[in-house]
Design a protein around this ligand. Structure first.
Ligand code: KIV
Ligand code: ZN
Length: 512
């Protein structure tokens, strides 16, 4: 028996988000995302649209067979061949669901389908009946429900529930709804459709007006118990409601909403980074929950506050979404409190006078280089900024790429007191450089995330690369800047390698 306050999380990253231009994934990548979604403990994974291509069919089939835990769902238009294909793809899945849909708004009926209401109602019922012949768990969506005439919408919902639909999903297909109106629509469906208690009411909101998440939350308050959403809010056009925002809003404001989900929030960051990396779509830095700045404080007043007591400027704990800690970004705006705190973490306890001296050098450096990193601080307090303390140093980089050329790179690194040279090829010049550095340092390192931006303008712009690396459980971030983006990328990788060294040194100190 399900708790009345439980909200089912239906993830459609592999279907709706995968439609994003340039974001398509191959079968192996889809499986990797689905396995991670299972670790995140979403309730339902919409794995694809089997009739759309053989690859999508295969992805749904393999996810259905191999991914344990969530219900695996395949999408089908209210058309016989789509439903057969979805049924076939899911035939070996232990927990299958077929999700069938047809447009119901006058705009869709007249403008696209050229069919009348009666005919579409029959199509919807027939689709549900046919889907039921493959599995018990059938979801029906009256597409563009938010713009459908309510009387007709209620009729379609009643008929499809009577035909056996176990979930009725109300899509705001074009992101037109506003929260009060959408919440009221859900309340009315529950009040006016006589058999509405025999199905879960779900919502699927698009973000064209930036209201997908708030509309979803309003619908949940109105009685919806399934939220359709995607990782990083990706999806058709402006995207779908973001899974991480819905889940963390329900969790953080439990006092207000009073609903629960099964999602393991500590898996959110890994899932977001995986999807971003595989789909090749960077997450905007200020994106709620998963953006690089979501838990980073740069204002001196905020830094002072969180160091003294976290909840002065933080409403969520970084570890609750899978981050190690709050990030105190040391810039020229940082105060002595932030500097002292960072130095303490690095094992340097300074008297006030010494702190004042270090602070002066720090501000001077921060003015020059925007962000001051741990290794800069170590150099400042060590009093010998001229000599490199880095374990890894990029001494030489040569890369070759071009149309019809296999991208290759040769690197020479100083590693401690040794010099190592390696060459490799890759999917592009950056990949080739990373492969060569990986060979040179010989450790099992994964690139979790890679982002590049111009920090000055014009064709001579400085490119800044930020790369997140992981080695086993350890995660670090590196940064590199150059007018040559391949060099900036290699520098960022080497910077991250040095941080790994620093991290292990610090951990050793802590255990001694
Ligand atoms: O946005 C939409 O209406 C959809 C349906 C297929 C549910 O994605
Ligand atoms: Zn959609």
């Amino acid at each position: 028996m399900t708790d009345a306050n439980h909200v089912f999380i239906f993830d459609t990253t592999l279907r709706d988000a995968e439609q994003t231009p340039g974001a398509s994934l191959n079968v192996a990548e889809k499986l990797e995302v689905a396995q991670q979604l299972a670790r995140l403990k979403v309730d339902i994974i919409e794995a694809g649209f089997p009739v759309s291509s053989n690859e999508d069919f295969e992805a749904v089939r393999r996810i259905g067979q191999e991914v344990e835990g969530p219900v695996i769902c395949g999408l089908a238009r209210a058309v016989a061949k789509d439903i057969d294909r979805a049924g076939e793809a899911l035939k070996d899945a232990p927990n299958p669901r077929i999700h069938t849909f047809v447009g119901t708004s006058e705009i869709h009926l007249k403008g696209q389908m050229r069919k009348g209401q009666e005919e579409v109602l029959k199509m919807a019922v027939a689709a549900v009946v046919q889907a039921k012949s493959y599995c018990d768990d059938v979801e029906f969506s009256p597409m563009d429900a938010a713009r459908t005439e309510p009387g007709y919408l209620f009729e379609v919902i009643e008929a499809t529930i009577a035909a056996g639909a176990t979930t009725i999903n109300i899509p705001d297909t074009v992101g037109y709804a506003v929260p009060e109106e959408f919440g009221t629509l859900i309340e009315q469906i529950i009040a006016k459709v006589p058999n509405s208690d025999q199905a879960i009411i779900s919502v699927h909101c698009h973000d064209d007006l930036g209201m997908a998440v708030i509309n979803t939350l309003a619908a949940i308050k109105g009685g919806a118990r399934q939220a359709e959403c995607t990782i990083n809010g990706l999806g058709e056009r402006a995207g779908n409601a973001s899974l991480e925002e819905i889940v963390m809003a329900l969790k953080t404001r439990q006092d207000h909403f009073g609903y629960t989900t099964h999602v393991v929030s500590q898996e959110i960051i890994s899932t977001s980074r995986l999807v971003s990396r595989l789909m090749g779509i960077a997450v905007q830095p200020n994106k709620a929950i998963v953006g690089a700045n979501a838990f980073a404080h740069s204002s001196g007043i905020h830094q002072d506050g969180v160091i003294k007591q976290r909840n002065t400027f933080e409403i969520m704990e970084p570890k609750d979404v899978g981050l190690d800690d709050t990030e105190i970004v040391l810039t020229a705006r940082s105060g002595r409190a932030a500097l002292r705190h960072r130095l303490q973490v690095l094992g340097h306890e300074l008297e006030q006078e010494e702190l004042n001296r270090v602070y002066e050098i720090f501000v001077e450096l921060a003015d020059k280089k925007k962000e001051v990193f741990d290794k800069d601080l170590i150099e400042i307090v060590g009093g010998d900024p001229g000599e490199s303390t880095d374990h890894y140093e990029l001494q030489y980089l040569h890369s070759v790429s071009g149309t019809g050329t296999v991208p290759t790179a040769t690197v020479r690194l100083r590693i401690g007191d040794q010099t190592v040279q390696q060459s490799a090829w890759g999917d592009g010049p950056v990949d080739a450089a990373y492969a060569a550095i990986g060979l040179a340092c010989g450790t099992d390192i994964h690139v979790e995330n890679y982002a590049i931006r111009a920090i000055t303008s014009g064709s001579q712009a400085l490119g800044e690369v930020t790369v997140h690396l992981s080695r086993a459980e350890e995660k670090v971030r590196g940064r590199g800047v150059s007018t040559d983006v391949i060099e900036a990328s290699a520098k960022a990788y080497v910077d991250a390698l040095n941080r790994l060294v620093l991290k292990s040194v610090k951990e050793e100190h802590q255990t001694v």
